[in-house]
Design a protein around this ligand. Structure first.
Ligand code: ATP
Ligand code: MG
Length: 425
């Protein structure tokens, strides 16, 4: 476990020092799980977990400032050089009653600790100094053959902790693994039900699936295993994923989610789906807003854009979610998206041009604060966006004329119907 402050080679050095200290204390200490898998795949691990024969109390005596997080589960955290390392006592998990959490753990040896882990590729250990891989579960050959296989009896392992089904999707899609048939059968046997897994975890897994790896593979697996209903609500849908497939990797998870929802659209209201997904995945306000905006804006680009004048088009392009929406549109209607992109590019890289005339300028001219001033500002900005005015002076001139025209109009209306709204504005 770690954060980004420390670079990865240093991360390994720090982790090696922690393990060496444990060994000098007379305990076994090995790198475990994801970091071993990643190194074998040639990926720099972003976190190092250490598994040890030392109990939490023994870890604490060697590292007085370590913090027990799940002390009952044998997990201690050690902070070093801006990073946090998880040091966990070898253990085997007791029975699971709720489909997610073991009711007890028992401290054990390395081999048992390997067997409580989820998939063989995640069940490897590595000797920190020699780099020797210690494999009790056949993870190395599965990794070489690119197979995702549950450790032990797949049916039992998937039933005891259903989060593993989502983890299976994530690892298969991230590393391009084939799912071993019995493991897949065990996932299918869950019947698309992930009892015991919290919505926060749904959200977390989906974010990770859509952050790195092949998103289309992830979506297809979720649909094949009937897990799409858990994440997105509604019905199981199996279809093509043109928007998700075309989405640049640089777009974030919420844009990918928008693309997936639109790919699945079978006449349902995608904005209503987005609102439901917000709760199902326990999204943050910012994420929910990104998802909603991408979907809404995509719809406007698809249907309204051709009929819009220059200023409202340029205002759409200023929306912080415009790029995301355009990227999503690109998968469904590439020609339309390309036309929009080309049209916008004629205005240069600055899509958010500074206003030539600001509220302050009009107040200085003696225009009272109020709706007329606001209207004038927007009218000047529209004219600026249209290319009609290019300097502050021209903008001020435009504003004056606009305000005059408006007051004439108001006077005219009040003559026609003197009982209507009062003159001025
Ligand atoms: P990532 O690169 O996404 O961090 P990871 O394999 O390191 O992948 P973690 O969630 O950090 O995944 O967990 C670390 C290790 O703990 C895993 O490699 C696996 O051995 C074990 N593990 C994690 N979650 C489970 C689980 N739900 N069931 C069994 N073992 C698990
Ligand atoms: Mg990890």
């Amino acid at each position: 476990m770690t954060n980004g402050e420390t670079s990865t080679p240093e991360l390994r050095e720090e982790a090696t020092r922690i393990a060496a200290r444990l060994r000098r204390g007379g305990f076994e200490a090995l790198f475990a799980g994801g970091c071993v898998r990643d190194r074998l795949l040639g990926i720099e691990p972003r976190e190092y977990d250490i598994a040890t024969s030392a109990t939490p109390r023994e870890v604490k005596s060697l590292f007085p400032r370590s913090i027990g997080v799940g002390e009952a589960f044998g997990v201690m955290l050690i902070r070093r050089g801006g990073a946090t390392f998880e040091v966990a006592t070898f253990r085997c998990d007791g029975t699971y009653l709720d489909g997610r959490h073991p009711t007890e753990v028992r401290f054990a040896g390395a081999a048992e600790d390997a067997r409580r882990r989820d998939f063989t590729i995640n069940g490897l250990f590595e000797h920190p100094e020699s780099g020797e891989v210690i494999d009790f579960v056949g993870g190395r050959s599965d990794l070489e053959a690119r197979i995702l296989r549950a450790i032990g009896d797949p049916a039992a392992r998937l039933a005891e902790d259903r989060l593993r089904a989502l983890r299976a999707v994530r690892f298969a899609a991230r590393f391009g693994l084939a799912v071993e048939p019995e493991t897949e059968a065990a996932i299918l046997a869950l019947g698309g039900r992930l009892d015991g897994v919290s919505r926060e975890r749904f959200g977390q897994e989906l974010r990770r699936m859509f952050a790195v790896g092949d998103r289309v593979v992830a979506a297809k697996l979720l649909e094949r295993w009937g897990l799409d209903r858990v994440l997105l609500g509604g019905h199981r849908v199996m279809g093509r994923h043109p928007r998700l497939a075309a989405l640049p990797a640089s777009e974030g998870p919420m844009t990918a989610l928008a693309a997936w929802i639109l790919d699945r659209d079978r006449g349902s209201d995608p904005l209503a789906v987005a609102a439901e997904v917000r709760d199902l995945l326990s999204l943050s306000n910012a994420e929910a807003e990104a998802l909603r905006s991408a979907i809404e804006l995509e719809g406007r680009l698809r249907s309204d854009w051709p009929n819009l004048a220059t200023p409202p088009r340029r205002r759409l392009a200023m929306d912080p979610h415009f790029e995301a929406a355009l990227a999503v549109l690109g998968g469904g209607e590439p020609v339309a998206a390309e036309e929009i992109r080309a049209w916008i590019s004629q205005f240069g890289p600055d899509r958010n041009p500074e206003r030539l005339v600001r509220g302050r300028d009009l107040l200085d001219l003696g225009v009272p604060a109020g709706p007329a001033l606001g209207g004038a500002l927007e009218a000047v900005y529209d004219a600026q966006l249209e290319g009609g005015i290019a300097s502050r002076e021209a903008g001020l001139e435009f504003a004056k004329r606009w305000l005059e025209a408006r007051s004439r109009e108001v006077r005219a209306t009040s003559r026609v119907n003197p009982l209507d709204s009062p003159p001025g504005g």
